[in-house]
Design a protein around this ligand. Sequence first.
Ligand code: GDP
Ligand code: IMO
Ligand code: MG
Length: 423
Amino acid sequence: MAVDLLLGLQWGDEGKGKIVDVLTSKYNIIARFQGGPNAGHTLVFNGKKHVLHTIPSGIFHENTANVVGNGVVIDPVIFKKELDKLEEQGVDYKASLLISRKAHIILPTHRLLDAASEASKGKAKIGSTLKGIGPTYMDKTGRNGIRVGDIELADWKDKYRALADKHEAMIAFYNVDIQYDLKELENEFFEAIKVLKTLKFIDSEEYLHQAQKAGQSILAEGAQGSLLDIDFGTYPFVTSSNTTAAGACTGLGIAPNKIGEVFGIFKAYTTRVGSGPFPTELFDEVGETMGRVGNEFGATTGRPRRCGWLDLVALRYACQVNGVTQLIMMKGDVLSGFKTLKICTAYNYKGQVIEHLPYNIEAENVTPIYTEVKGWNENLTEMTEASKMPKALNDYIAFLEKELEIPITIVSVGPDRKQTIVR
Ligand code: GDP
Ligand code: IMO
Ligand code: MG
């Protein structure tokens, strides 16, 4: 059976966690393929909010296997905290949570290196979540990393020590003021490793291959968003993994010809957390209202998210790079009450009108060109049927479908599982 993908088309936080949870009843397996605890995926059901960082968003469903793929980077300390929270909720994850032996481990010194690197950049900092993501992927591609499978080996602590010592020398090289007590961090780390070892480690590519052969349905869950992709995002203000569809192939061992539906998820407007260019960003009360009504604060760091109008130039690009087959529009409810809405359909790029994403989208190169459409006043949060949606919302959706040439099959109108309209 083909493997479906669900991934973010903007700068992350599109609502991936919510929709994976909504779709999980249709799948046997949910598999995370990249990123790590820089992600914060929020699920709301039965009046309770849950935030997951590394654990796939299918974990609250019984009878669903949840795979942490080889492309993911795991911080055992954060992972343990996530497990503790699940235990508090009475979620039995012991049988359903499966970890790839090839996933890389975030060491305490990776986190320190992240902090040192950011501090040394000053104003040019990436705005990283400081979870050690960049340094861990650097060690992966540099062929120095420690993988989950390594912690089953007798001599892995020697490997750990050598790498941690090297990291300490690198931290000193940055020559910035980073205070830390490595002994304390290591105690916490090795305690968490013990917990990690109680889980099921698998050769996930083989597991998923056999599952496909046996006709099991698989949904691959992305983290971050396409514009944070290491290759196709707004480099260097990106994360350190391939967040796009190709990342699901390398992050799970799924062949490209085994991919089925590609669900591309986007907010009805745009947000970004951290540094980097954002052509449609708003600095006025409209942006402030989006942030307030949309409760736009990072699920991992709590930082306020920057807000702006929907950018179809960027969205079209993301649809192309990912091969999106179905679109899912989130947070339509947040736009209720605006008299008019703006949609960016092209850029003025160095005096020329262009419709594709250029190499450089900094404000000095790019000015968005907007189409204005009518807004809607109706409160959407109680709506469950497409037939009840206001005309202006239908017109907004029809405009996007025409521009992007992809159907919008789900419209989300609130954070809760139930606030989801299937069209
Ligand atoms: P993810 O990283 O893509 O999983 O998204 P986050 O969880 O970081 O951010 C999405 C935020 O929007 C969370 O607080 C969700 O609870 C919330 N959310 C999701 N869908 C909707 C929606 O349709 N309307 C509103 N108002 N909030 C939503
Ligand atoms: P989810 O999965 C939004 C951003 C950071 C920073 C840049 C690099 O919840 O959508 P990193 O920690 O990876 O070195 O940070 O990427 N970023 C995210 N923004 N949602 C995320 O994940 C993000 N993960 C990283 O803010 O700008
Ligand atoms: Mg998030």
